[in-house]
Design a binder for this molecule. Sequence first.
Ligand code: SAM
Ligand code: SF4
Length: 335
Amino acid sequence: MNAPAPLVDRFARAITYLRLSVTDRCDLRCTYCMPERMTFLPRAEVLSLEELYRLSLHFIARGVTKLRLTGGEPLVRRDMVDLVRALGRHLGEGGLQELTLTTNGTRLAEFADDLAAAGVRRINVSLDTLDRARFAALARRDSLPQVLEGLAAARAAGLKVKLNAVALKGVNEDELPDLVAWAHGQGHDVTLIEVMPLGDVGEDRIDHYLPLDAVRRDLEQRWTLVPNGHSSGGPARYVDIAETGGRLGFITPLTGNFCATCNRVRVTATGQLYMCLGGEGRVDLRAALRSQDPDAALADAFARAMGEKQEAHSFVIDRAGAAPAVSRHMSMTGG
Ligand code: SAM
Ligand code: SF4
C-alpha cells in the first residue's frame, strides 16, 4: 500500500507543523488574550484525549513532523501528560521529529519531569513581566512565583525553554531589555510578540499595540544584534545578542511578511482545523473523526483544507475602536 501523500497546499507549501489546542480553558486571564468572564466551551464539545491522539496520528501519517500542544493552558487539562506520553512514542525515524508545548508555566513544577521523560526536549513558556504586581495585573492572577518555580523545574528536568513575551505599550515596554537580559542569563532564548487582534477582550488593542521595529531600535542602542538565519518557517525572525550570548526572536504578524514560508496549521480543542491563525477558514475534523468512516472523511477534510489554505493572513490594527480582525480568541485557536 502506498504511504498517504504529504499535506501540500495550493501554493505548494508543505504542512509539517501542527499546533493542537487541547483545551480552551486557562488558569490565568491575560488581558490581551481573554476577558475576566470568559465563556468556555462545554466539555462535551471538546475532543477526548483519545480523539486528540487519533487525530494527531492522522497528521503524522500525512507528514507532520512537529507537534505543539497548546491551548488555553494545556497543563490545566487533566491527563494531559497521558497524551504527551502516547505521542512521545511516535518520536523518531519516520514519525515525529519534535513534540513540544506552549504553556504559561503555572503548573510546570508539577509536570516538567513527566514531560521530559515522555520525550519533550524544548518548551515555550509565556512570560511578559518579572514584576509580581505587574504580572498580577496583566494576568489577573498573582501567579508569578509559580511560573518562576516552573521555570526552575523545567531547567532541572533538562528542558530547553524559550520565553515568549507579548510587547505591550505602556505595560511592559520599559522592562523588555531587562526581561531579555534576565532570560539570557538563565539560558533561555526569548521571542517578543506583537499583540494580535484576536477576539474581543473588552479593551481596545490599539492602546497597547507596540510595533517591534521600535523595540528593536531601542535594543540596538544597548546591544549588538547579529541577524541569525534560524527559521522555524513561521513569523519569527531571529538575532543573536553578542553581549548576552542569547538568541532573540521577533514575531511581527503586523509589520513583517512571512506567509510565503508558512508550514503550519492549527486545530482547536473541538477539532476545527484552521488553516491560518489570521483567517476564518476552517474545516471540521471532529465531524470527520466521529463519522462512520473516519479515514475517508479525514482524507476528504484534509484535501479541502489544503485547497482552501489562504495565501496570507488578514491582520490589521489601524483604527481605534475597530472590531478584532479575527473574532475568535487566541486561547481558542492556540498560540
Ligand atoms: N496558555 C499558554 C500560554 O500562555 O503560553 C498557551 C496558549 S497562549 C494563547 C499562547 C501564546 O499566545 C502566549 O504566548 C500568549 O502570550 C499569546 N497570545 C495570546 N493572545 C495574544 C494576542 N492577542 N496577541 C499576541 N499574542 C497573544
Ligand atoms: Fe491563558 Fe495563555 Fe491566554 Fe494567558 S495567554 S490567558 S495564559 S491562554
